[in-house]
Design a protein around this ligand. Structure first.
Ligand code: GLN
Length: 304
């Protein structure tokens, strides 16, 4: 497949696309990003690489890391995990409090903020040094030893993390947070602060295109069943209240972050990462979705 040519063709088509999105500004550090950045990187399961634009520039992956913390916690807890977090699409914004009250502190899924906070609590319970363990896991599965947290983003997010503080307190009141709130929040904000390039992102998530095997270490990261299930959760929950729309337009399991990144997986073939910081009203990269819609149609690589 001539991916590079297709990237150029679609990007030319998108030149007339009017992007009315705005960069995230509720985290002050994220508002400083040049909104016109645009990068694409596709890695095949045979480690072939195709890129376009700002594919080698680091950005904040934000909620995309929720898939990686989920993978780690699922390995540790097995099916017990689902007693504390559900696997249903929320249909509500990523930081919504509404369902938590009626659902007695059990988040609808692990990819909204409430769910990722419970997953963070689980990892804090398991490890003496959860931040070190987590970043070591990410470096191992990606084969990239330089991937790291960004303390600037952590501090920035802590200074305005009112909604996350509300979510974690509500869940604590229902008994679904076991550890000290400040420790769990610190871990969660660090997860969100990880920086990667599109290339690094597509390499890191490639194990979900290979039914759980890291192509870089050839080690099994997840069982075949767990890998399949995490893709299913991404398909149904990876874009919050826009998950249906993403399935409808793109047709791949994927995950977005408010840094403007999107990663999507075509099982047994490739992992693609796109970065464009302007977000639509649902908090997802608007040009990123537009690009992926045209890309999976042109290449006939939707799972549908
Ligand atoms: N760190 C962000 C938050 O907690 C992550 C949100 C996102 O990327 N959707 O609000």
């Amino acid at each position: 497949m001539k991916y590079k040519k297709i990237f150029t063709k679609i990007t030319n088509e998108l030149a007339t696309f009017k992007d009315n999105g705005n960069v995230a500004n509720y985290i002050p550090e994220l508002s400083t990003i040049n909104p016109n950045k645009f990068g694409i990187h596709l890695t095949t399961i045979n480690d072939k690489h195709f890129n376009f634009g700002d594919a080698n520039e680091k950005f904040s992956i934000q909620s995309i890391s929720k898939v990686l913390s989920l993978a780690m916690a699922y390995n540790l807890e097995g099916e017990e995990l689902w007693k504390r977090v559900d696997v249903e699409p929320s249909g509500t914004p990523f930081n919504s409090l509404i369902q938590l009250e009626t659902d007695m502190g059990i988040p609808r899924n692990p990819l909204i903020n409430a769910g990722a906070l419970v997953i963070s609590d689980i990892l804090v319970s398991h490890f003496k040094n959860p931040k070190e363990e987590f970043i070591a896991f990410v470096r191992k599965i990606s084969g990239i030893s330089t991937i790291d947290y960004c303390s600037r983003i952590v501090e920035s997010e802590k200074s305005t993390g009112y909604r996350n503080t509300a979510l974690i307190n509500l869940m604590k009141s229902f008994g679904n947070i076991k550890n000290d709130i400040d420790i769990v929040m610190d871990f969660y904000f660090n997860l969100c602060s990880i920086e990667m390039t599109c290339k690094e992102l597509s390499q890191t998530f490639l194990f979900l295109a290979t039914y759980g095997i890291s192509p870089y270490t050839e080690e099994r990261v997840l069982s075949k069943s767990k890998s399949k299930r995490i893709n299913a959760i991404m398909q149904l929950c990876g874009f919050y209240d826009e998950a249906g729309e993403f399935s409808f337009k793109v047709g791949l399991p994927g995950k977005s972050g408010v840094g403007g990144g999107i990663v999507a997986i075509y099982p047994n073939k490739y992992c693609i990462a796109v970065w464009s910081p302007r977000l639509n009203k649902k908090g997802n990269s608007s040009k990123g979705i537009q690009f992926l819609e045209l890309f999976t149609t042109e290449t006939q690589t939707s799972i549908f």
